[in-house]
Design a protein around this ligand. Structure first.
Ligand code: GTR
Length: 405
């Protein structure tokens, strides 16, 4: 009997030890899903089934893809440039940043002055020609784009941009539409949507908040075209996260943007929806139902049925340069799915005679890929827009948005 008892005790001890070690073992990390298993919709095939093999066929395919994104994801704008768009320079300081820059604050007004975008613009004083621009669609608080420069933030390193010869421009996306679910009563939806009677629903493909923010970026570009100090043919639109989704949609809908930069834009930004980890279509629609159109909700938990995927959004920039930035700890955005989106968009660049992403396997940390027209880096750390990110954007812009004057 004692023998049996000892045996049972030993058995119990070893089972306990086993389960303890199982608890301490790191979670096995599943390998990212390769492109070949994501079953993406074809980027170079017309709705008719015909393959796109020549550059001359691309505009027709591009128009189809843009229409799909309007219908199923971001929505349709009721207005482009309003007839009464007005630019009011509120103040000019030629001695900003210790005399190295000129600060202009411009009110971009529309809808009879009911809508205003407050643009902050620093232009380098040390220049011989109109300067290229980095325009930030700022989704964080006003302190991040402080015109007084009392508050300096890595989110918008305006001094660094000036040092490198770029115009530093920024606006708050909240000028266009508040970042909350208000049934589209406020902001530009309230100003431009057709009136609704009683509890009448909006059209399922009506523009939503990301589209409203992107519309604002285009109105800023309208202003930049009127300012002789800036080179409006070399404007990069930059955004972080929800701002990154905005930058991508702005670049897709407005081909005047010469470079498009998405930082940690994740779901419904740069990252592929099919095979994505972290935030899915269902999750983003649950938390932020007002960012995208109503039809997008029908793809909750059903990404494989969505007629588009985000590599096609990246492809809408072609042949213009586009930059995708990721942060390795930002699993919610899913760096792998952001990177693979660029890889899957590359055939369109190649069709148009340019290199897209120049590699197909995920790069090492902080080894930026700048050799093609789809730039990419993954840095250490988490979800944020950092000085490191901006340095890469400027390096890439130096290469891909060169001074042609
Ligand atoms: C998160 C959201 C992301 C991203 C992020 C941000 O909560 O799930 O899609 O947009 O916010 O904007 O920082």
């Amino acid at each position: 009997m004692p023998l049996t008892k000892t045996f049972v005790t030993m058995l119990t001890l070893s089972v306990t030890a086993l389960s303890a070690s199982a608890q301490n073992a790191p979670e096995p990390v599943a390998a990212p899903i390769p492109l070949s298993e994501r079953y993406l919709p074809e980027v170079l095939q017309l709705a008719s089934g015909k393959k796109v093999t020549m550059p001359a066929q691309w505009p027709a395919r591009r128009a189809e893809i843009l229409e799909l994104f309007r219908r199923y994801v971001y929505g349709r704008n009721p207005v482009e440039r309003p007839a009464d768009l007005r630019f009011v320079v509120k103040s000019t300081d030629p001695n900003a940043m210790g005399g190295t820059a000129t600060l202009k604050q411009v009110a971009i007004e529309f809808a009879g002055g009911k809508g205003t975008i407050n643009l902050i613009l620093f232009t380098p004083n040390n220049r011989t020609a109109a300067s290229p621009v980095f325009l930030l669609a700022c989704n964080r608080g006003a302190r991040n784009i402080d015109p007084t420069r009392e508050n300096k933030s890595e989110f918008w390193p305006a001094e660094e941009l000036i040092k490198r010869g770029y115009v530093a421009a920024a606006f708050l996306v909240s000028d266009l539409d508040p970042d909350k679910d208000d049934d589209f009563k406020n902001g530009v939806h309230g100003l431009f949507d057709p009136p609704r009677l009683g509890d009448e629903k909006r059209s399922p493909d009506a523009w939503a908040t990301i589209a409203a923010w992107a519309w604002g970026a285009s109105r800023v570009l309208d202003y930049l075209e009127s300012d002789k100090d800036v080179d409006a043919k070399r404007v990069a639109i930059v955004g972080h996260s929800r701002g990154g989704k905005t930058a991508l949609w702005a670049g897709a809908t407005d081909p005047r943007f010469a470079l498009v930069v998405s930082n940690d834009s994740g779901s419904t930004g740069a990252a592929l929806a099919r095979g994505k980890r972290g935030e899915t279509i269902a999750l983003i629609n649950k938390t932020f139902p007002y960012w995208f159109n109503t039809t997008y909700k029908t793809f909750d938990g059903n990404e494989n049925e969505l007629p588009v995927d985000q590599h096609q959004l990246i492809a809408l920039m072609a042949p213009r340069p586009v930059y995708i930035a990721s942060a390795i700890d930002d699993e919610w955005a899913d760096p792998q799915s952001e990177f693979l989106s660029g890889v899957a968009a590359s055939p369109v660049y190649e069709l148009l005679g340019k290199k897209g992403m120049t590699v197909t396997s995920f790069p090492e940390l902080e080894k930026p890929l700048h050799a093609g027209f789809i730039g990419y880096h993954v840095r250490r750390g988490g979800h944020d827009l950092s000085a490191y990110d901006w340095t890469q954007f400027m390096d890439f812009a130096d290469l891909r948005m060169p001074n042609t004057k």
